[in-house]
Design a protein around this ligand. Sequence first.
Ligand code: PLP
Length: 388
Amino acid sequence: MISHKSTLLETESAFDVLARAQTLISNGRRIINLGIGQPDFKTSPHIVEAAIKALKDGHHGYTPAPGLPDLKESLVQYYYRHFGQAVDPANILVVPGGKVTMAFAMMLLGEAGRDILYPDPGFPIYRSMAAYSGARAVPYAVHEDLGFSFKASEILSKVTPDTRLIILNSPGNPTGGSNLESEVCELVAGLDRFPQCAVLSDEIYSRLHFDGAQHQTLLQFEGLRDRLIVLDGWSKTYAMTGWRLGWGIWPASMIGPATKLAINIHSCVNAPAQFAAQAALDGPQDAVDEMRQAFQDRRDLVHGRLNAMPGISAAKPKGAFYAFPNISALGRSSKDVQDTWLQELGIATIAGTSFGDAGADYIRLSFANSLDNITEALDLIEAWIKEL
Ligand code: PLP
């Protein structure tokens, strides 16, 4: 009964594993959740207070579809402050979550006869929404030995006159990798030859780089701006996944159609959430820094312990909150390892194949959990491997 293109939609296994873990928990099992892709921190109190105040002050109605003007102005200041970039508020569209910018980009650029390039392994919704748009979803590799960066020459070899969108993501989910600056520069230069091809830069982990590394937003490439869509949001930076808040920075030629999609689909973002969003951007950033440091400490633990285990090798995550160890030497499929660890050890993780065919040798461990729980999980995994 549903349309053919609707049958092409895929899902995010993280939600399936979460549901299975919750069923086990309700049956009395203890489960350590290393599957989930959201910070295990609470939204800062001053942000929560701003939402409560907005409700009490009577902000209960629709807002302008692209977002409250003051909130967009705060985003402009945010880009100056954190990334040294000038952004025109007219190009900003505030949306209910990072995913919405992703979906809109593919709905606006994808159709039959066009190609959309996406990272494999990568966030599963890229492939799903690209296919749903009617476009051909074309994977490109990210390489473990390059810290899970892409190679510009490989992407460029896949770009044809039919390619309308290339999706980049750094720091990356599921790998925790980041794209090499030299490869990004080479790619941007190479795209001069393909002016019909837009870029969606998924920068949702922009504030979660480790070891003092600075985020390099693609906005720095002035020559790309007329076909660059930047996706970012509050979910990961401010521990606000459940608030459903994100933003897109769109090229002038696309902001109108993107806003029309917003009006057709959700009208505007929930008003009190927008006040909270502004408080997050304008207020103290200590919680962001503390969270990043906590993730980095856990990264060090996870990376060190995994590499000391026989049959496992793990690249050092450079950002986000995921490790993506190579488990091919264990001789079991990643799905089998995921299911066994959940059922036998009570540890939720996500099979690499959930992120694309090229994830077959890997498993994703999120370190959005306490050092104690992570240590307990790693002890169990180590003992399990020794018994294999
Ligand atoms: N992009 C990437 C790479 C992600 O990992 C996620 C969430 O896990 C999103 C986008 C979506 O973010 P949001 O929850 O704000 O929709």
